[in-house]
Design a protein around this ligand. Structure first.
Ligand code: G3P
Length: 218
């Protein structure tokens, strides 16, 4: 399973990259706004700064919702760096945009996916990634992980090349369950990744090993 970090914060991306386990970054307009970045040029420069940190896979989302506008923006975003994956919303014009962009060889990530039917459409249009949002479904008393399982099952039936990118991953158990289901990628905030590191018995065990070692050198 690939690990992407879901943030536009450069320090967090650096920290996750330094762990040596980071496979990519996902952003969205809300995450960009959270960093206080204003203006098209500043946003483009920020995407470039992210691309300069990681090896590959930097999702950058279009703002337009009409076909022509989405294609124009996608092509501009793709020019920033070869690592850019253009994020397109799951709307009717978005499906057309994905079909066109994938035929042009651009990598796409279909975002805001909340049903298996939406995922199926994105895959048939040739999306590189499809992003079902686990946490936001859980927020409205639906089962986000059940959707992930359903999409993975459907994609395996037909050998779709579209990768399942579990998004809106909010806590470590979401990540573990995504791995059990066999998703291709999970994206989450830095804290969810670093939370995987910790267990009280690890800390207790290490403290004992170190104090016993000290005894052998007293
Ligand atoms: O980037 C899309 C998704 O991961 C957002 O997560 O926590 O805002 O629902 P969240």
């Amino acid at each position: 399973m690939k690990f992407f970090i879901d943030t536009a914060n450069l320090a967090e991306i650096q920290e996750a990259h330094a762990l040596g386990i980071l496979d990519g970054v996902t952003t969205n307009p809300s995450l960009i706004a959270k960093e206080g970045i204003h203006g098209e040029e500043a946003i483009r420069n920020h995407y470039k700064a992210i691309c300069d940190i990681v090896h590959d896979n930097v999702s950058a989302e279009v703002i337009a919702t009409d076909l022509k506008g989405m294609i124009k923006e996608a092509e501009e975003l793709a020019k920033i760096d070869d690592k850019i994956v253009v994020k397109i919303p799951m709307i009717q014009e978005g499906v057309k945009a994905i079909k066109y962009l994938s035929s042009e060889g651009l990598n796409t990530n279909c975002t805001l996916v909340f049903t298996a039917g939406q995922a199926l459409l994105a895959a048939k249009a040739g999306a590189t990634y499809v992003s079902p949002f686990i946490g936001r479904l859980d927020d409205v008393a639906s089962d986000g992980l059940a959707l992930i399982e359903q999409i993975v099952h459907i994609f395996h039936q037909y050998n779709f090349t579209t990768a399942v990118l579990a998004a809106s991953v909010r806590h470590p158990m979401h990540l573990i369950q995504c791995a059990e289901i066999g998703v291709d990628v999970a994206t989450c905030p830095l804290k969810v990744i670093t939370d995987l590191l910790h267990h009280p018995l690890t800390d207790k065990g290490l403290a004992k090993f170190l104090s016993d070692h000290k005894g052998t050198h007293a």
